[in-house]
Each structure stands twice: as C-alpha cells, then as structure tokens.
Design a binder for this molecule. Structure first.
Ligand code: HEC
Length: 139
C-alpha cells in the first residue's frame, strides 16, 4: 500500500472522529441555550433555577423542560404575565407560594411525585422565588 492511501485514510478518520462530533456538539449549544434574556437583577435567580429546579420543572423563561414536577408557567400564571395595577400583588403572592414550596416541599395527593423541601434556603431561595414569580407565564 502506498503512503498516500494511509494519508487519505488518516484524514478520513480525523473527519469522522473529530469534525463530525464537533459539528454536532456545536449545533447543540449549551444546556441553557433556550433560556430567555431576563433583567440583570433576575439572572442569579434564573441560573439557580436552571441548576436546582430545571431537572424537575419546565419554565419557559429559564429554558428548562423537566417533567417530574408540574410545568410552572401554566401552574403559576394561568392567565399569562400579570399586568396593570394588581401586578405587584400577584407577583408577591406567587413569590410566597414558590418560596413555601422550596422551603417546605410539597406532597399533595394530586401529583405522583413529591417535591423535597429545603433544596435552597435563605437568600438563594428568595432569589429563585423572585425570578419564578416574575418570569412565569411567558411560555
Ligand atoms: C426532585 C424534583 C423537584 C425539584 C428538584 C424541584 N421540584 Fe418543585 N415540585 C416537584 C413536584 C413533584 C411538585 C408537585 C408536588 C405536589 O403537588 O405534590 C413540585 C411543585 C412545585 C411548585 C408548586 C407549588 C404549589 O403551590 O402548587 C413550585 C412553585 C415548585 N415546585 C417550585 C420549585 C422550585 C423553585 C425549585 C427549585 C428550587 C423546585 N421546585 C425544585 C418536584 C421538584
């Protein structure tokens, strides 16, 4: 066999083993590629949500699609994002509900799974709750 065949074969191997996987991974992007742009003060909460909640919960604004727990968009904001004079109250109420779920967990009989309590605490729990309350209902 001539040297040239080895070279061609070598190039083929490089193409199959390196170039194709590279193209595939590049196309996938990173895990949060589907996340929405959020205001700067909600970014920490968004990122905490992706890491701590997204495996179980879908939330459009976070770009997550976990389906062990309920989809939080229709659950928390069935009528879409709040607007008008009651928006502030609505957000506060939803934030309280989310915070409660995070701190206490939830094990209602309506859903097969249960949510463990204390996944996050203190400031981190509040940041996530604030993010979820403001972002739910966009999807
Ligand atoms: C291990 C999977 C899991 C993780 C992680 C998880 N949840 Fe849940 N979550 C659930 C399940 C299951 C339910 C439904 C429980 C039920 O209704 O009995 C739920 C319910 C909820 C609810 C609905 C509460 C209500 O009042 O109806 C909210 C809000 C929520 N989760 C927010 C979060 C947030 C925020 C995080 C991240 C800090 C998170 N969850 C992490 C599984 C999870």
């Amino acid at each position: 066999m001539s040297k040239r065949i080895f070279v061609i074969f070598g190039l083929l191997v490089v193409f199959l083993a390196v170039v194709i996987p590279w193209l595939v991974f590049r196309a996938d992007g990173d895990a949060a590629a589907g996340a929405e742009e959020v205001p700067a003060d909600l970014r920490a909460g968004q990122s905490l949500f992706q890491t701590n909640c997204g495996t179980c919960h879908a939330l459009y604004a976070a770009g997550t699609d976990g389906n062990f727990g309920p989809d939080l968009d229709p659950l928390l904001a069935p009528a879409g994002p709040p607007s008008g004079s009651t928006a502030q109250e609505t957000i506060a109420a939803v934030e309280g509900r989310v915070l409660n779920a995070i701190e206490e967990g939830l094990d209602s009989d309506t859903i097969a799974g249960r949510m463990p309590g204390g996944i996050l605490t203190g400031e981190q729990a509040e940041e996530v709750a604030d993010f979820v309350a403001r972002a739910a209902g966009q999807g």
